[in-house]
Design a protein around this ligand. Sequence first.
Ligand SMILES: [Zn+2]
Length: 309
Amino acid sequence: MINQPHAIGIDLGGTFVKYALVSQLGDILFNGKLPVGCDATLEDTLDAIQESIQYVVDEAAKKGIELKGIGIGSPGVIENGVVLGGADNLDRWENIDLATIYYEKFGMPVFADNDANVMGLGETAFGAAKDCSDVIFIIVGTGIGGASVINGQLYGGYKNRGAELGHLTIQHDGIPCSCGGRGCLEAYASTSALIQQYADKTGKDVKEINGHYIIEKFKENESEAIACLKDHTDYLGHGIAGFINTFAPQKVVIGGGISEAGQFYIDMIKDSAFKYAMPDCSTNTDIVAASLGNNAGCLGAASLVIKHL
Ligand SMILES: [Zn+2]
């Protein structure tokens, strides 16, 4: 294992920088996380990433492991290792040349991409879509993020500004979305949307509900929870059918906390997606839950390096 190439995977989130030492086969030899407060400045965030990389560099040296590079997953629009913007919850997180900053500090290649893209690549390299070349990944949470892997490569459109799969329109002139548009998949099928729909139906306070609660009520055969989860998976199925008709992926991988609800949840989405998708497009497609869990970000970031080996 020591003789395999290894990489550093860095996953920048809203509250933590996670770091990992990852082998070419996707084994995590060492990992951890550093808190990044919600009041962190740009300098604090850059320092936390540097400190995280240093931990992994030190650990690799202790183990006698040669590192091939650093992969970073970050919120926002990222082109050629530079964060252009689009991450409003991080202080001044725009026009940050991550690749150059950390190359100059550590002297090894640095690759960076959007966090959802990186997770999709990680699931393709090491997770639920291992050995697939054509994969659609969506992560269902507060919003809906996505990635498309085409012929083994992330496809983000011209200058990597696309792959916003959560903002596929599923309803003409529908409800407003966080992106400024209307009728997006995210506005109907995110976990936040599900919670709002359940609150509207039951009169409960959204603050007292989460995805887990609705799943539990569904399992108890509560009619409101059943109706809301049927709608939620049907909305997702509509969106996924559109992705299947466009990309004919081998796998559609669904991540995010709610995707861990159980196989029944994936089966409900499958029933809906395959009902709406064109049979000629969906014949080779399976829909599966993500398998890398909380490690998807770091593993995906490391896979940015590993795929360049
Ligand atoms: Zn939108």
